[in-house]
Design a protein around this ligand. Structure first.
Ligand code: NI
Length: 153
């Protein structure tokens, strides 16, 4: 395993569209292992492959000691809304409010190619939505908003 360099928002690469994973092999496992080492080294909540310079539709999340991997994810259902302050390893020292769904249902594959469905809410839904956006070159800074009165968390 190895800690990989994080692509910063100032690098145009971060805006690229990631491509679906077609082979679930040792190379994918190595990428994911490296992403874990990179994410845990900074105690981050989530990391997408594009952030370590690989245009594959894959991200990992690490919330409340729950660690999950999502390959070729598709969000199939969103409901409600929430406003929390987000940050991003590619955008250091910046935290701002973003509007996200309160609940998200996502279909994805694990590193072995097994399909699963996952429904989450609150911070986990924020994190999944944030990482999902990275796969399409979208940063949270594109979505900064002023929360409606009484909605800021
Ligand atoms: Ni991010």
């Amino acid at each position: 395993m190895a800690i990989r360099e994080i692509v910063p928002y100032t690098d145009k690469f971060i805006r690229k569209q990631s491509k679906p994973v077609t082979v679930f092999d040792d190379k994918l496992a190595e990428l994911l292992d490296d992403m874990w080492e990179t994410l845990l080294s900074v105690n981050g909540a989530g990391l997408s492959a594009v952030q370590v310079g690989v245009l594959k539709r894959a991200f990992i999340i690490n919330i409340n000691n729950m660690k999950m991997e999502f390959i070729n994810p598709v969000i199939i259902k969103k409901s409600g809304e929430q406003y929390k302050q987000e940050g991003c390893l590619s955008v250091p020292n910046t935290y701002n409010y973003v509007k996200r769904p309160q609940t998200v249902t996502i279909v994805a594959y694990d590193r072995y190619g097994n399909k699963f469905t996952f429904t989450c809410e609150d911070w986990t839904a924020v994190c999944v939505s944030h990482e999902y956006d990275h796969l399409d070159g979208i940063l949270f800074t594109d979505k900064i908003c002023v929360p409606p009165k009484g909605k800021a968390e």
